[in-house]
Design a protein around this ligand. Structure first.
Ligand SMILES: Nc1ncnc2c1ncn2[C@@H]1O[C@H](COP(=O)(O)OP(=O)(O)OP(=O)(O)O)[C@@H](O)[C@H]1O
Ligand SMILES: [Mg+2]
Length: 313
């Protein structure tokens, strides 16, 4: 379990993480989603005790990382897949890590098997492809068999096979009852991997809900309607409980509705329509709107998608 409460990190003028709060539960894959610079890596570094919060706290199994008795056995992480001595073989890299932390050497061959590094484990790391480096990084994270795992953008630069492999690996780890937090800036990718999503933008919490709830909220339908009597139609639609925006003199935009519903309501009031169409925002577009908007706009969207915004002001 990972608990983040009121977590804030300031670098000079930059508020990288801003009063962030969420909980990552065991047995699920939790996606940590946000655009570049949103504060994902900074948050993960604070969970791992690699960076000090300006205020607030990040707890692993109820305790700050620095106070864990055997941190490596409780939490494993893939942060930067490049941080390996290039002249060593993958296997030697893992053996050194195992020896340093009192982990039996047979565990090294187990994790090599688990991440599918196979014979490549006996080659020098400098000749590794990006995918092999990612696998080696994940092997290091799994080495001490920790119950809590953090992966920062593990899918970056991987081909389709690699992505599929990571997806299955993370799912398997969650099914074993582990706590799995995986970051990404791509919604499409997280959509296929994560059970829950914690979405952040500019260091703040935007949404925290199941992937399904968030997708349902984002993929909402708008209806564009033109009429010579926009005022009458506007009040008719609002009476019906719909959210309606005025686009211009004759055009309205209706949220979360269908052409059928709007058309029927107009017809029931004998209001003429000159245009009626459904507009489906693509998920990625909706996500960009959600994460790049102003804070006010973002939190309003979070309400729209029916998610909790605890921890966000
Ligand atoms: N050591 C640092 N010194 C100064 N600013 C930093 C530092 N680390 C991060 N930042 C700033 O904090 C903000 C959040 O960065 P962070 O790397 O956490 O974002 P991210 O969500 O991981 O982005 P990405 O998707 O690009 O990896 C950015 O504005 C970044 O420039
Ligand atoms: Mg990052």
């Amino acid at each position: 379990m990972i608990e983040v409460r009121g977590l804030t990190k300031r670098y000079g003028d930059v508020l990288a993480v801003d009063d962030l709060g969420f909980v990552v539960e065991p047995g699920k894959v939790t996606g940590f989603l946000g655009p570049n610079g949103a504060g994902k890596s900074t948050t993960m570094r604070m969970v791992l005790g690699l960076d000090r919060p300006t205020s607030g706290e990040a707890l692993v199994n109820g305790r700050p990382f620095a106070t864990l008795d055997e941190p490596l056995r409780e939490v494993g992480a893939l942060l930067d897949a490049g941080a390996v001595h290039p002249g060593r073989t993958g296997r030697d890299h893992l053996r050194v890590a195992a020896r340093t932390h009192g982990i039996p050497l047979r565990r090294v061959d187990e994790v090599i098997e688990e991440v599918g590094l196979g014979r490549a484990a006996r080659r020098r790391v400098k000749g590794y492809s990006l995918g092999m480096r990612q696998r080696l990084g994940i092997a290091s994270a799994l080495l001490a068999d920790p119950r809590v795992l953090l992966f920062d953008e593990p899918v970056n630069g991987l081909d389709l096979d690699g992505v599929r492999w990571i997806r299955e690996l993370l799912r398997g780890l969650a099914e074993e009852g582990r706590t799995v937090l995986v970051s990404s800036h791509l919604l499409g990718e997280m959509q296929q991997i994560a059970d829950r999503l914690v979405v952040i933008g500019r260091g703040r919490l935007i949404a925290d809900a199941t992937t399904e709830e968030i997708l349902r909220g984002l993929g909402h339908l708008q209806v564009r309607v033109r009429t010579p009597q926009p005022d009458a139609l506007l009040s008719r639609l609002r009476e019906h409980g719909l959210t309606v925006r005025r686009v211009d003199r004759h055009e309205l935009l209706v949220e979360d509705s269908t052409a059928e519903e709007v058309g029927d309501l107009a017809n029931a009031s004998a209001l003429p329509l000159h245009h009626l169409s459904e507009v489906s925002q693509s998920l990625e577009d909706a996500y960009l709107t959600l994460t790049s908007g102003s804070v006010e706009h973002s939190s309003r969207r979070a309400e729209l998608v029916g998610t909790t915004t605890e921890g966000a002001r």
